[in-house]
Design a protein around this ligand. Structure first.
Ligand code: PLP
Length: 441
């Protein structure tokens, strides 16, 4: 898989797999194009019919070190030969302790921390939510409109991304208050930054804490950059203001770094851009370079629940621990946060050029290699170009680029952080061609 062959798909194996899939697998969140991946290396993915694609999705922001990084593969194989699973919440094992120690070191905040291991982002959030209620002995959580924290009942209750996610699932976990996020391109308060003074953060003190009994509020959970809502980057004051409000009002400050973590945004963790430190931080996705793993890292003084309160079977799985330790070593060795930052600037400048030439690119925003492009039918009315967004992803796929839609009218640019510049530029060329093709109609 040396070079991406940029041609329309050939072969019929994909259809067979997709027919079987549709027969036996429940409907989930499938993308609007038929990709059957069977092999991948770095930023290149091969499908079942031998077509090769450039991956701008990192399989949903997971492959930060690239698909099948040789050092991760080596570590997983070596561990598989020794022991695959040994119930890390019931017995002890050295890898789990070593990884937990590493996570307490690399996450922001020079205080003692403790880690709970799970298997997904939603579970890392479930743990944070339960821990917040346990520690504070209070029920209410503040969260944001547009937030996505996962689909288990607790995580879903904290989310407010798409109505469909909650259809027929009410009643959810009660006592979650959702407030507007700092989405400046479509401000809920119809204000303009910076004149607004970041009112969306002040709103918590001015409105929420007056209209709710503050002695009942356990904490606040926030994504430092909203992911599933459309890769929305808040202004620089937003997170520090939230941290201050939490500090001053005795609320636990929970940061969900599931999608933003592990170098994606140009720092190891996105909250480092804003010099903020969480009481509890949620991790998953790129944590173990493709092995399923979640981790909730909390200040030791908060992680005070009784033995047996919370647990699971697979948390601290040995293959996932081995993968994660290798993954973190690679991120450090290859200086991937710095690389994400510089490639991100390059990508943003190319996308902004594209925006100048296009009538449907409404907004381009991002940090590092977490970049969102929002499509609109009209730059003045900002009417969302939903169909066009879908068509762009399909058109790009036909030309050899994997693009993952996000929100309803955005795409995410989230390639592996070590993508070669040549592949990044080739992918951007394909994206521009796809946008032009859809604009031409
Ligand atoms: C910020 C954030 N939190 C939590 C989750 C849930 O993760 P998972 O799909 O692994 O349950 C996601 C998934 O996209 C996410 O982006």
């Amino acid at each position: 898989m040396k070079r991406p062959r940029v041609s329309s798909q050939r072969g019929s194996q994909a259809k067979k797999v997709i027919d079987l899939h549709n027969k036996v697998i429940m409907r989930t969140t499938m993308v609007p194009y038929p990709l059957v991946g069977i092999e991948a290396q770095g930023a290149l993915v091969k499908d079942v019919d031998e077509n090769v694609y450039i991956d701008f999705s990192s399989a949903v922001a997971v492959a930060n070190v690239g698909h099948n990084h040789p050092e991760v593969v080596k570590a997983v194989k070596a561990q598989a030969d020794k022991l695959i699973h040994f119930a890390g919440n019931d017995y002890y094992n050295p890898l789990q302790a070593q990884l937990a120690q590493e996570l307490t070191r690399i996450t922001p905040g020079k205080f003692d921390k403790k880690v709970f291991f799970s298997n997904s982002g939603a579970e890392s959030v479930e743990c944070a939510f339960k821990l917040a209620r346990w520690h504070a002995k209070k029920p209410v959580m503040i969260s944001f409109l547009g937030a996505f924290h996962g689909r288990t009942f607790g995580a879903l209750s904290l989310s407010a991304c798409k109505g469909l996610h909650k259809k027929f699932f009410f009643p959810l976990v009660p006592s979650v208050v959702h407030i507007p996020y700092a989405y400046c391109y479509r401000c809920n308060f119809k204000l303009e930054y910076p004149d607004c003074g970041v009112w969306c953060a002040s709103y918590i003190e001015e409105v929420v804490l007056h209209s709710h009994p503050r002695e009942d509020i356990a904490g606040l959970i926030v994504e430092p950059i909203q992911g599933e809502a459309g890769y929305i980057v808040p202004p620089k004051e937003f997170l520090p203001k939230l941290e201050k409000i939490c500090d001053e009002n005795g609320l636990l400050f929970i940061i969900d770094e599931v999608q933003t973590g592990f170098g994606r945004t140009g720092k190891m963790f996105a909250c480092e851009h804003y010099n903020t430190q969480a009481d509890i931080i949620c991790l998953s996705k790129a944590l173990a370079a493709g092995l399923p793993m979640g981790a909730t890292v909390a200040k030791s003084e908060i992680a005070d629940w009784e033995e047996g309160t919370h647990s699971n079977t697979f948390g601290g799985n040995l293959l996932a621990c081995a993968a994660s330790l290798a993954n973190i070593r690679v991120i450090k060795k290859e200086k991937l946060p710095g690389r994400a930052a510089s490639l991100g600037e390059h990508t943003l400048s190319r996308l902004n050029e594209m925006k100048e030439q296009s009538g449907i690119v409404g907004d381009v925003r991002g940090k590092g290699l977490m970049i969102g492009v929002e499509f609109v039918k009209d730059e003045q009315t900002k009417e969302k170009a939903v169909k066009e967004t879908e068509k762009i992803t399909v058109e790009a796929f036909k030309k050899g680029l994997i693009l993952l839609p996000v929100g309803v009218n955005c795409i995410r640019i989230a390639p592996p952080l070590n993508i070669p510049l040549e592949h990044l530029d080739k992918g951007l060329d394909i994206l521009f061609d796809a946008i032009k093709a859809v604009e031409r109609g």
